[in-house]
Design a protein around this ligand. Structure first.
Ligand code: UDP
Ligand code: MG
Length: 328
């Protein structure tokens, strides 16, 4: 099949407590799909895979109602809230198409960009990631985000395109590669980049949320950033050898200086501050490095338990013989 034929497209959308906006979003998405279908870019058999990530409101009912009106909308209902990365993983696992578009269900990612994304794919790119034009976020958020990207690029060989998120189009081969990464602590942004392939970026303007508010509080973002960091870098583990060597070297020098001093100027007993300072400083460093070890061991523990990434309660409109859990 040549890349200019109409493609089989699947769109994966996670929903968590998006009841008030989901119907309007799906209408908009369907309109956008009708446009690309009419232009001949997308075959009529497209799929929208909605993942209900354990919403506590009427999101599932809204999704099922949309499915009643448009059978090409399928729904995966997860057994509880697993988090966006896992909801997306569930959707990607169930997507069987030439290309898959991933976007948020809150209306912040304009589905009207799909035509341009498919065009970029037809030009031979395997991944078309969408770069946010401008973000109206508060100062602290921006500062921390900047810091995170700087540290991440220093500490990890995986390169993250800044301002690129989950909104993207991926080729079938890329999805297959992502499925081979079984890690439990999922940082999809890193995974997307790690798998490689020919990637290109398109700029889009992020809309305001249609309804409701963001699920990411600062504390959750910080936790996410720490997970991302430890998932793609071992620098926090390795750096302690260098710090340890530096401290040991310095204390040797200091010891030598004390000896020389004692020989030429005699011994003076007070030296109380040096002892206290070095004990507390070294103690602090040891605790810190233990904490770093602990966080990696915690990660190993999470991975060896080898739990599934998500549990599906029920699928609507997807072939039922598909695996119910991620790692079957
Ligand atoms: N989401 C999800 N599970 C969660 C949190 C969020 O599936 O635990 C979905 C949410 O419904 C939305 C998308 O992920 O479609 C992005 O969430 P949100 O708008 O809260 O994040 P932001 O746009 O602020 O990054
Ligand atoms: Mg959002």
């Amino acid at each position: 099949m040549s890349k200019s034929d109409p493609i089989n497209l699947a769109v994966v959308v996670p929903f968590f407590n998006e009841g008030p906006g989901a119907a309007a979003f799906l209408d908009r998405l369907r309109d956008a799909l009708a446009v690309v279908e009419r232009s001949g870019a997308v075959a009529p058999g497209w799929r929208v895979i909605c993942v209900n990530d354990g919403s506590g409101d009427d999101t599932l009912a809204v999704l099922l109602q949309a499915r009643r009106l448009e059978p090409r909308i399928a729904v995966i209902d997860l057994s509880r809230n697993f988090g966006k990365e896992y909801a997306l993983t569930a959707g990607l696992d169930h997507a069987d198409a030439d290309a898959v578009v991933v976007m948020d269900g809150d209306g912040q990612h304009p589905p009207e960009m799909m035509g341009a994304m498919i065009a970029a794919w037809q030009e031979g790119n395997d991944v078309v990631y969408m770069v946010r034009e401008a973000r109206d976020v508060r100062g602290l958020h921006r500062l921390l985000r900047h810091l995170f990207y700087r540290l991440f690029s220093l500490a990890s060989r995986t390169k993250l395109p800044a301002e690129a998120g989950d909104f993207r189009l991926m080729d079938r081969h890329v999805i297959a590669a992502i499925r081979q990464l079984p890690e439990r602590t999922r940082f999809l942004k890193g995974i997307y980049s790690w798998v490689g392939f020919r990637q290109t970026g398109l700029v889009y303007r992020e809309d305001a949320r249609m309804r409701g508010q963001s699920h990411w509080r600062l504390s959750r973002l910080i936790g996410f950033a720490m997970d991302a960091f430890t998932a793609f870098s071992t620098l926090p583990l390795r750096i302690w050898s260098w710090i340890g060597a530096a401290v040991a070297g310095l204390s040797l020098l200091y010891g030598a200086w004390r000896v020389v001093r004692a020989i030429f100027w005699g011994i003076d007993v007070p030296g109380f501050e040096t002892i206290v300072v070095s004990i507390t400083f070294l103690g602090g460093m040891q605790l810190l490095s233990l904490g770093v070890l602990g966080s990696y061991i915690g990660r190993i523990f999470e991975e060896v338990k080898a739990r599934p990434l998500y549990i599906v309660r029920r699928c609507y409109g997807l072939s039922e013989d598909l695996p119910q859990a991620a790692n079957e």
